[in-house]
Design a protein around this ligand. Structure first.
Ligand SMILES: *[C@@H]1O[C@H](CO)[C@@H](O)[C@H](O)[C@H]1NC(C)=O
Ligand SMILES: *[C@@H]1O[C@H](CO)[C@@H](O)[C@H](O)[C@H]1NC(C)=O
Ligand SMILES: *[C@@H]1O[C@H](CO)[C@@H](O)[C@H](O)[C@H]1NC(C)=O
Ligand SMILES: *[C@@H]1O[C@H](CO)[C@@H](O)[C@H](O)[C@H]1NC(C)=O
Ligand SMILES: *[C@@H]1O[C@H](CO)[C@@H](O)[C@H](O)[C@H]1NC(C)=O
Ligand SMILES: *[C@@H]1O[C@H](CO)[C@@H](O)[C@H](O)[C@H]1NC(C)=O
Ligand SMILES: *[C@@H]1O[C@H](CO)[C@@H](O)[C@H](O)[C@H]1NC(C)=O
Length: 892
């Protein structure tokens, strides 16, 4: 298998391939390597949707079923993440889902859904609900709790969009091991299963992924590389990405839906315009989606919706060429991502294969156009177009988790959007004239690999200054893409304390200010720290080598930091010739000066220029909001469960009162009482039950159960007697037989003492007596009375006897066979008796650790008891004698 378990920590990890319409979930857990999670309907994919009803939430397929009230159904949430209210994509969303009321957040400029004053939700909160639901599905499937996840995002997600997904996961209480680009996850899955085919020759593969919401073309290079840590390993590198944010199956569905709406209006069966009716449009969308799928395999199809609007049925024939005409402009957009990916990769079409990914590549026209564009014989259909991303992501989750050992597969992802640092500095030109000079430094160029750390050094500053982190040259984006992209400015960084830091070490030479950046595994840019460096000749600073504390709180999620600065002093740089004792003036002059490097972390103020992150308070209140909804859902489920139990109890008990088992044990009076109470509660349910609280329902159930408890007990006991008595009987028989056999062992070979055998006899006698007396007593009683013969007593008597027999049985098993008297001449009887006792308490010899049947076969003695089937021989005599005085102890 691809993934093996490293430790037996019971930690499962999950992946969510979070598509705009569907999500696929996969898990890895010890013993279950890489598996797609089935949802409650046993399906392998789940709609990315939440339905918020007045008093409960629905998810997945049941949420999609709510066409009756489209306003309560929230979906395609990704397109709103990290977007301001004025963004083109928000307008498009509003157009596609006119039933929703999107409102601008006054602080962040983003949008939230306003259903009513009480019901307002941000896209992050709604996505958080969906993510928590996905976790619930994974947990049910894995049968354990899961906290860690790898979540996919489209490769074209920018910084604000990525952070929004992280916020959603945070609200859901998920720990994100990594946001992985969905195309990279697909490429990883592809590579992992073709590990053997990867060698030192670079192979280029293109993945063409058309999903519901967007399309991405990705060029990936596979080859083996040498690593320091683990030798030669396969690697994938993302070389070029081209994308179309709006090209996907959903737009096709909408075109078909609108076509159906037109056809319905043309049929003039209703005076109203169907397009004004959200519910009817939701029904048409559902039918359009079915239609698109059918038209992938058939040339025409009869679309139909019963009771579309005002009880009017709708029926119309749609052909594949109708469909292709409706989407003609969309199909024209198919080749562009391929071109863009090649341009980004600076490659010609020298790729081996073009592989199809994503559900919408099933549309025949898409394949036709793509095939022409890439000029290949055929398109690769050799991966699971739906599940490759979830599987690749869960492989990565296993690789990142400590609990699994996976074969290394190096992943070098690439930043789709370049990022640069900009700053403006006063420069002095001739004769004291000062002018401002604007500087740019590329931090991550287009297609720069990540994760990666970068350091930028500012050499010419000796006082506080400001620099900006912005996106770099995005001229490769279309005008429309740029409008959807949002702010081109990321963060303004204000440094304070630079001057005082340098002044503190006035004798030292400034070595510049370094800003340390990190683009992490998730493709999120972080500014780790900014540090001033100076170097000085050995001075009093040399002694500043004590315990210096550097403290900072790094709020990674929000890309903001609070820095509490204490000076830190890095150890002096390595001294060249190591002659530390000689430290004189003369030496200093004669040789290169020994330098001490002083570094100090600078306080930062970060101003976010793209989308302001939610504050810690915002996140806390979002979490609470979700938790309240979850609690409400759980309370509702609990109430339904209690209601069902109560109904079932009444129904079943009424039925039981007519069964013979019950009639036999119940008095007339008791029966009347129970019947009356059942009737009473049943009537109460019909009248007040619907409004009753869970507590009230529970109380009613409790009352009924208490009333019927004794009756049930009597029935239960009578049912258990035969089996319990039979088992006791059988043990009595076999232990008597054992006792008899043991007594027949010739004195020379005897391994049991008299005390032991008498003890066994006593227990047998007592048990038999108890059984005789108790059953006799029970027979005198009426079945309508509480029984005296109790199954739990029978069981405890049996256990007691069983232990006694087991003790002796094990003693026999672990005793060393003695030389046969016939053969031996030397053995003296009395010493034998003594040594036997000792051997009995010694640890079992090797062969004794084998199974029962084997060891009995090996025993030379014929006297081995034949009662094995009823006896448990796991315990050893030594333990038994040491732990308790209940059993007879071997004595001489
Ligand atoms: C997430 O779902 C689990 C059940 O799977 C629930 O116990 C938990 O409270 C939920 N968390 C939130 C924030 O809703
Ligand atoms: C974005 O950054 C550029 C360069 O730093 C700056 O000139 C421009 O004013 C910034 N725009 C905004 C809206 O902050
Ligand atoms: C009692 O045990 C013996 C020997 O194991 C067996 O032959 C006999 O059938 C058993 N009798 C009953 C009533 O179980
Ligand atoms: C067990 O019972 C038998 C007969 O019922 C009796 O002879 C014997 O002495 C009793 N043994 C013990 C140890 O009580
Ligand atoms: C128990 O009853 C059985 C059969 O009824 C009888 O054979 C046996 O001797 C009795 N044993 C005791 C200890 O009363
Ligand atoms: C006794 O046992 C030994 C070794 O096991 C064997 O050599 C010898 O012949 C045996 N003697 C008798 C009388 O069986
Ligand atoms: C056997 O044990 C008895 C009683 O403990 C003791 O008197 C006797 O000396 C022992 N014999 C040997 C050979 O150890």
């Amino acid at each position: 298998m691809v993934v093996s378990v490293l430790s037996y920590l019971t930690v499962a990890v999950m992946s969510v391939d979070l598509g705009s319409e569907w999500m696929k979930i996969a898990i890895v857990k010890p013993g279950v390597p890489m598996e797609i999670v089935l949802n409650k309907e046993s399906r392998r994919k789940t709609p990315t949707v939440v339905c918020l009803k007045e008093n409960e939430r629905l998810f997945g397929d049941s949420a999609m079923g709510s066409v009756k009230n489209p306003k309560s159904v929230y979906r395609h949430l990704q397109s709103l993440l990290g977007k301001k209210h004025e963004n083109l994509q928000v307008a498009l969303y509003q157009k596609r889902f006119p039933e929703h009321h999107l409102q601008e957040d006054p602080v962040r400029g983003t949008v939230h859904f306003k259903n009513s004053e009480e019901m307002q939700y941000t896209p992050e909160e709604l996505l958080g609900m969906v993510l928590n639901y996905s976790r619930g599905l994974a947990q049910d499937f894995a049968e354990q709790t899961i906290k860690d996840a790898v979540i996919t995002v489209p490769a074209f997600f920018n910084q604000a969009e990525r952070r929004a997904v992280l916020h959603a996961a945070h609200i859901a209480g998920l720990k994100v091991l990594q946001l992985i680009n969905d195309n990279t996850a697909v490429a990883l899955n592809y590579g992992v299963f073709r590990r053997k085919d990867i060698d030192s020759t670079a192979k280029h593969v293109m993945f063409y992924d058309m999903g519901s919401g967007s399309t991405t073309a990705t060029i990936v290079t596979y080859q083996t590389v040498k690593t320091k840590e683990s030798g030669t390993q396969p690697q994938l590198q993302i070389r070029g990405v081209g994308f179309d944010r709006g090209l996907g199956g959903f737009e096709m569905d909408l075109r078909l839906r609108d076509h159906l709406a037109r056809l319905f209006n043309e049929q003039k069966k209703s005076k109203k315009d169907v397009r004004e009716n959200h519910r009817a449009m939701a029904k048409l969308l559902k039918e359009a989606q079915r239609l698109k799928t059918v038209l992938s395999a058939n040339v025409d199809f009869m679309a139909q919706v019963e009771g579309l609007m005002d009880d009017i049925d709708f029926k119309a024939k749609v052909t594949r060429s109708d469909f292709e005409e409706l989407c003609a402009d969309l199909f024209e957009r198919v080749p562009q991502p391929v071109q863009d990916a090649l341009t980004a990769a600076e490659m010609k079409l020298d790729i081996e294969q073009v592989i199809l990914v994503g559900g919408s590549t099933r549309v025949p026209k898409v394949q036709e156009v793509l095939l022409k564009a890439v000029g290949k014989e055929e398109l690769g259909k050799n991966i699971n177009a739906d599940e490759a991303a979830a599987m690749g992501a869960v492989y990565q989750a296993a690789a990142l988790s400590k609990a699994f050992k996976v074969k290394p597969f190096l992943v070098r992802d690439a930043a789709v959007f370049p990022i640069q640092v900009e700053f403006t500095r006063e420069v002095e030109e001739e004769e004291g004239v000062k002018t401002l000079k604007h500087n740019k430094r590329i931090l991550f160029q287009r297609m720069a690999t990540y994760p990666q750390r970068k350091v930028i050094t500012f050499n010419r500053y000796n006082d506080d200054f400001v620099f900006n982190i912005n996106y770099g040259d995005l001229s490769f984006l279309s005008q429309e893409d740029l409008r959807v992209f949002g702010s081109l400015n990321l963060t303004t960084v204000k440094l304070s304390g630079v001057g005082s830091s340098f002044q503190k070490h006035a004798d030292a030479e400034s070595k510049g200010i370094k800003a340390h950046f990190n683009m992490d595994e998730s493709g999120v840019l972080l500014l780790d720290r900014v540090i001033t460096y100076s170097s000085s000749a050995f001075s009093s600073w040399q002694s500043f080598n004590k315990c210096l504390v550097k403290m900072y709180i790094h709020e990674r999620l929000a890309f903001t930091k609070l820095l509490l600065i204490l000076p830190i002093c890095l150890p002096a740089k390595e001294e060249k010739d190591g002659d530390k004792s000689v430290n004189t003036e003369v030496e200093k002059k004669a040789r290169p000066q020994k330098k001490s490097k002083i570094s100090e972390e600078i306080t930062l103020e970060l101003l976010i220029n793209d989308i302001v992150d939610p504050t810690a308070d915002d996140l806390t209140s979002s979490k609470k909001k979700l938790q309240d909804l979850t609690d409400r859902d759980l309370a509702k489920q609990e109430r339904e469960k209690t209601l069902n139990s109560l109904e079932a109890f009444i129904f079943e008990t009424q039925d039981k009162l007519y069964q013979e088992d019950y009639q036999q044990v119940v008095t007339e009076e008791e029966q009347e009482q129970i019947s009356a109470k059942l009737k009473e509660v049943s009537e109460w349910m019909d009248e007040d039950g619907y409004a009753a609280t869970t507590k009230q329902l529970r109380e009613k159930l409790f009352q009924l159960k208490s009333l019927c408890k004794d009756m049930f007990f009597r029935v239960e006991e009578r049912r258990k007697w035969p089996e319990h008595l039979a088992r006791l009987e059988s043990l009595l028989n076999s232990s008597s037989f054992f006792l008899k056999s043991a007594r027949l062992i010739p004195e020379d070979d005897q391994i049991f003492t008299d005390v032991e055998l008498n003890m066994l006899e006593k227990v047998i006698n007592e048990t038999m007596m108890w059984k005789n007396e108790t059953t006799a007593e029970q027979e005198k009683r009426s079945p309508k009375e509480r029984p005296v013969l109790l199954s739990k007593d029978i069981e405890s008597k049996r256990t007691l006897l069983e232990r006694e027999v087991n003790y002796l049985f094990n003693k026999a098993k672990f005793a060393k066979p003695k030389p046969k008297a016939k053969n031996g001449t030397s053995t003296d009887k009395s010493s034998k008796a003594n040594s036997t006792a000792e051997e009995n308490v010694s640890p079992p010899i090797e062969e004794s650790t084998d199974t029962k049947s084997e060891s009995s076969e090996e025993k030379p003695s014929d006297e081995t008891p034949s009662t094995e089937s009823t006896l448990d021989s796991q315990s050893q005599p030594k333990e038994e004698t040491a732990t308790t005085g209940l059993y007879t102890t071997p004595v001489n």
